[in-house]
Every structure is written in C-alpha cells, then in structure tokens.
Ligand binder design. Structure first.
Ligand SMILES: [Zn+2]
Length: 457
C-alpha cells in the first residue's frame, strides 16, 4: 500500500483546476506520488499516515519555473555587469563563466533549486549552455536528484564564436557534431517520457547570436524524432531582433518558423519583441513562451506583450531567468513582477492598465501556464490523478497582516513569502520552513567559496 499524506484545514486551497476552484477549509489527499482527492470541510478524510495541518495557510499547486541558468547563482551582482544591456552583460560574464567546473555546476544547481523550492517552486527547467573544463549536463541532473526537484534539463549549446560573427568568445563554443552527439547521449541516458516523470531532457541551442541555423534545424529534427522538448532564447531585445534581421533577413518569429522551432513542446524565453505575426504563429502552433519579467527589467530589455499573448492563446509560463540577471530565484516574486509589469505596459496612449493582469492570473501563469509551456498535462493544478506537487504558504505572518480579506490575492500583492511546507512527487522536501534534502548552511558556505574562486579567476 502506498504511503498516504493528507493536507487539511487550509485557509484556502487554490486548486487551479479546470473550474479554478478555491476551497475554504480545503484538503488534499495524496497516495504515493499522486493526488487522489481534494475537497472541503464537509468531507475531510478521517486519517492518513502523515497529516499536515495547513491552518492559516494558502495551499497551491507547486509552481513551475520555465527558464533558468542555475550556474549563474555563482555570478550574481558581479561588478561591471550590474548596469549593462544584454550583449554588454554577456561579454562581461562569458570570460568568467569560462572558469566553471563540474563541482561548481553541482553546487550552483543545489543552490538555485533550494532557492526555488523555498519559494514554492516544485518543477524547474534549467538551460545550461556552457561546458568548459569537463562540465556536463549530467552534473546538474545528479544535483536535481539529490535535492528531489522535478527537472527539465535543457542541453544548451553555443557554436558560433566571435571569429564567425557570433557574440561569445571562441574558447567557450563547441563543435556542432559533438553537441548533437552529446544531445543524443543525454536523451538516451536520462530522458523519461512517461507521465509523472521527474526528469526530462530538452534540446536548447542558446540563441540566434551564438549558434548556426544548421544546429537549430538539426536540434529540432532530433527533438522531434526522440519526442523531447525544444528551448531557446528569442526576441529578447531590440538588438537581438536587429541581429536576426541583418544576419538572417528575418524576424525572430520567422527565423523560428523556418527552422522548425514552433509547436507543442517548444518554448522560447523572453519574447519581449515578439511581433503580431509571432504572437499569432505561437498561438496557432501552441508554441510556449517563458516570460521573465525581472530579467527584462534588470537588463532594460523591455516589457513583453504578455496580455496580448494570453488573449491570443499563447501558452505563457514564468521564468526567473539566470541568476546573473535577476538576481533572485523566487518564483512567487516573479509572478508578482509579471502582475506589476503587465500593468505598466503602454496601452497606446502613454498610460498603463491596472487590470492588465490580476493576482489570480499571475498565479495561473506560475502554475498551469508553466506546465503548458513545458508541454505537461500532469502538473500545474491539483486534481485527482495529478502529480503530488504542492506548495503551502503561511499567511498568518506579519507580511500578510491585514490582507486576509483575500488570502490568495495576498500571496501576490504582499511581499513574496517562502513556503512553510513543500511536497514534490509526494515527498515532503520542506517542513516548517526547513529544506530537508540538503544542508542549506553548508551549501551557502561552499557556494560562496566557489563563487569567489570563479570570479577572481
Ligand atoms: Zn536566459
């Protein structure tokens, strides 16, 4: 018999299910790694092997992060990269990242995942696109297994260095045949195609300005033949669009379309400068977008047309983006940023629109939206049969005092809380605000030592 876990007495259970039910006094029953039932105070199950009392708490589906570069937790707030736009920021950081080691990948993945989990996130995607000094995607995959997070590991790549007109220095780019060989090895070694998978692989050439069209096309072909996801950066800035027009004679959306980069299971980070054709194309083909509001603000990239994308039917999820351009890996904070940033986007007459994105919709982007962008049907809401990924936020604290007229909205409007408890795949990984799967204190010490070594070269 599988282990039973009951979460009960929630101040509000936000199921994010098809009816978007919010249940005062709600409960969730879990057996093994699946939700078996949800309900209200009239029907609380009598017992379970483990019972979590969620009094004073808002219970939500685990949040989904659709874009990250976890290694960048080693290079947060680096002087000289604090006030640059995208290309200048990358040029400052590439030489530092060239010093990454396998240990640094493992430790920074632990750190980034610990931070995400403490913010209510239970599924994360990571885009690792630089492999110096023997680093492998396997290093982050093993780290995810240690910490117990549901993981979409993206085999990123860069193949066009400065000497060929790309942005990265030649010494950090890889040979394209080797990239494709390693991509296939990773899929065959690690990818779990099943419903409820804890680990999936996606192929993820880094960006139009760091890989060739051939590699984009071949990656799409391989991803389709193995039925894995496809991920990249697209239309992040005005400069990014200009590069695409000059070098390829196409908009980023046309570039994506021509190379086979649309469809279910394909998701693009940023899309700040996605034009009307691109929005229609992505909606029609169910191509996902990872919206990264903090990073877009940090780098001055602009305000993505999220409201228009949502209205058109584009699957939009949220991403914290890499920690050198956020520099917070807090997904609830990111949902709050998405809500606020959507409101200041110019509606055409110089004014914004405070109704552009509500709290519930922002939470939906962080849950159902992220699941849709990643092409998953088994996470993102709480209902019988879904994966048991559950976040429990205590709102009886100072932060939310006076906001309990609407505790769910309070999660987004008030300062972002951390989780009190977190369940991933039926397993409790945070209890009373303490992460159970890694020693956070030792992790921070090791991480800071490695960060110093990396940046001082
Ligand atoms: Zn990114």
């Amino acid at each position: 018999m599988q282990h039973s876990l009951l979460i009960r007495n929630a101040l509000v259970l936000a199921t994010l299910d098809a009816q978007r039910r919010e249940i005062a006094g709600g409960w969730v029953m879990v057996r093994g790694n699946r939700v078996t039932a949800v309900g209200g105070p009239e029907s609380v199950p009598a017992e379970a092997e483990t019972v979590i009392d969620a009094s004073g708490c808002v219970v939500t589906p685990g949040l989904v992060n659709t874009h990250h570069h976890m290694y960048q937790t080693l290079t947060r707030a680096v002087p000289g990269a604090q006030d640059c736009e995208l290309f200048g920021w990358l040029k400052r950081l590439y030489p530092i990242w060239a010093g990454l080691t396998p240990e640094m990948i493992r430790v920074s993945t632990h750190t980034a995942m610990a931070e995400l989990i403490m913010s209510g996130c239970t599924t994360a995607s990571d885009h690792l696109y630089i492999y110096p000094n023997g680093c492998r995607l396997d290093d982050s995959i093993e780290a995810a297994a240690d910490i117990g997070m549901r993981f979409h590991a993206c085999r990123g790549s860069m193949s066009v260095g400065e000497s060929k007109g790309g942005l990265p220095p030649d010494r950090v780019v890889e040979d394209e045949a080797a990239i494709l060989r390693d991509s296939q090895r990773l899929i065959e070694t690690w990818h779990d195609p099943s419903d409820g998978a804890m680990l999936k692989i996606a192929l993820a050439p880094c960006s139009p300005f760091s890989v060739s069209q051939d590699l984009m096309r071949e990656s799409a072909r391989m991803a389709r033949s193995f039925r894995v996801g496809l991920h990249t950066h697209l239309a992040e800035t005005v400069g990014d669009v200009a590069y695409s027009r000059e070098r390829f004679g196409r908009t980023p959306a046309q570039y994506a379309e021509d190379l086979g980069w649309t469809g279910e299971g394909v998701w693009h980070a940023h899309c700040v400068c996605l034009d009307d054709h691109g929005i229609d194309l992505f909606a029609r083909t169910r191509t996902g977008v990872a919206h990264c509001p903090s990073s877009n603000m940090r780098l001055g990239s602009g305000i993505a047309p999220i409201r228009r994308m949502i209205d058109a039917g584009v699957p939009v999820g949220l991403g914290v983006d890499g920690s050198a351009s956020n520099d917070a890996g807090h997904l609830l904070l990111e949902a709050r940023m998405a809500m606020l940033l959507a409101r200041v986007r110019d509606t055409g007459d110089g004014s914004g629109n405070p109704a552009a994105l509500g709290a519930r919709h922002a939470l939906e982007l962080a849950t159902r939206g992220g699941a849709a962008a990643l092409g998953r049907q088994d996470i993102g809401h709480l209902a019988p049969g879904m994966c048991a990924d559950i976040a429990i936020f205590d709102v009886s604290t100072l932060t939310h005092a006076g906001a309990l007229h609407d505790p769910l909205a309070a999660l987004l409007f008030a300062a972002p809380a951390g989780v009190k408890h977190s369940i991933i795949n039926g397993r409790q990984v945070v209890c009373d605000g303490v992460l159970l799967t890694v020693d956070s204190h030792r992790l921070v010490e090791t991480h800071n030592r490695l960060a110093r070594e990396l940046v001082s070269g």
